[in-house]
Design a protein around this ligand. Structure first.
Ligand code: SAM
Length: 297
């Protein structure tokens, strides 16, 4: 029997209860374990498209927990992911989102990863879809036809409740970050949330890097706002000055919804996971501010 034929049914049978109750929290933990260990769930072949180290399925399952517990993801949310790779974050969502009311759209610049995700995931879970965007990225898609700054994603204004960018800003230039954050501001409804993992430089991260505790070689005394660990391959790992990054989100109407969960990449004490995690909420902007995406009120 093929792995596809044996994959678990869409969310309805496994849907997580409200994770704020203890029964709901147990259900969510069980769902995370189920996704991480179920051998019938697909995983992309080695060498197809590298989206990071570690166990592809286990990391996706772990982030499902973060989306729900830190980001407040709900089963009926309409989810957008930019930089979805091979669907590492999308696969666990097939077991969490309500297929009748919730949905997922993932976009990425690597065509092979999108094609695999369409075959392996969308074929079984039609509410979880993938779309190729041919934007240039010197690391992932050097021959891309479009500048990120010119990309308008093919979705209507305010058509999503939850946006995800995990380890995407870690591979983008500042102008590209601005462009995608503006797109998210356009695409999220007021009250929608945006979940981001990235490397943020604040005083504590700088101090830890100066003390030699860091696991990535960013220069804590560099000029910023972007810091490149490897000048030969600048987009291999990019950190951002925290104040700059939060300002960029604020211009798109996106403000922190909870304290930043700092990761351990810089060597700071008490780090949560590896990258830093921010959850933003989309708020209304003053009428004279213009709207994200260049629209006028
Ligand atoms: C480190 S991987 C993370 C993938 C995914 N977010 C995850 O956590 O599994 C970075 C992803 O960003 C994608 N990417 C890079 N530049 C992009 C761009 N301009 N637009 C959309 N995706 C991009 C890469 O192709 C790659 O899949």
């Amino acid at each position: 029997m093929s792995a596809l034929a044996s994959m678990p049914a869409p969310a309805a049978t496994l849907r997580t209860a409200d994770s704020r109750t203890s029964a709901g929290a147990r259900d969510l933990d069980a769902l995370i374990r189920f996704v991480a260990s179920n051998r019938f769930m697909p995983a992309p072949p080695d060498g197809l498209h590298n989206v990071g180290d570690g166990d592809w399925r286990a990391i996706g399952a772990e982030f499902l927990g973060h989306f729900v517990r830190l980001g407040g993801l709900a089963p009926d949310d309409r989810v957008l992911e930019i930089g979805c790779g091979t669907g590492r974050m999308a696969l666990p969502l097939t077991q969490y989102l309500d297929p009748g009311r919730g949905s997922y759209e993932g976009v990425d610049v690597v065509a092979a990863g999108i094609a695999w995700a369409q075959r392996a995931i969308t074929a079984r879970y039609p509410a979880v879809r993938f779309h190729h965007v041919d934007a240039a990225n010197s690391l992932y898609n050097p021959a891309g036809a479009q500048r990120v700054e010119d990309v308008r994603l093919p979705y209507a204004d305010a058509s999503f409740d939850f946006a995800i960018m995990t380890s995407l800003i870690t591979h983008l230039e500042p102008a590209q970050v601005d462009a995608y954050v503006m797109e998210i501001g356009r695409l999220l409804r007021i009250g929608g949330r945006c979940f981001v993992s990235l490397f943020l430089l604040d005083d504590a991260a700088r101090a830890a890097l100066r003390a030699g505790a860091g696991r990535i070689a960013f220069d804590p005394d560099g000029a910023g706002p972007a810091f490149y660990a490897d000048p030969e391959r600048p987009l291999a790992a990019v950190a951002y000055e925290q104040r700059h990054l939060l300002g960029c989100f604020a211009r798109a109407g996106l403000f922190l919804a909870r304290p930043i969960a700092y990761g351990g990449w810089s060597g700071r004490s008490g780090g949560f996971g590896f990258q830093d995690i921010c959850v933003f909420a989309r708020r209304d902007l003053p009428r004279d501010a213009g709207l994200p995406g260049g629209r006028q009120p």
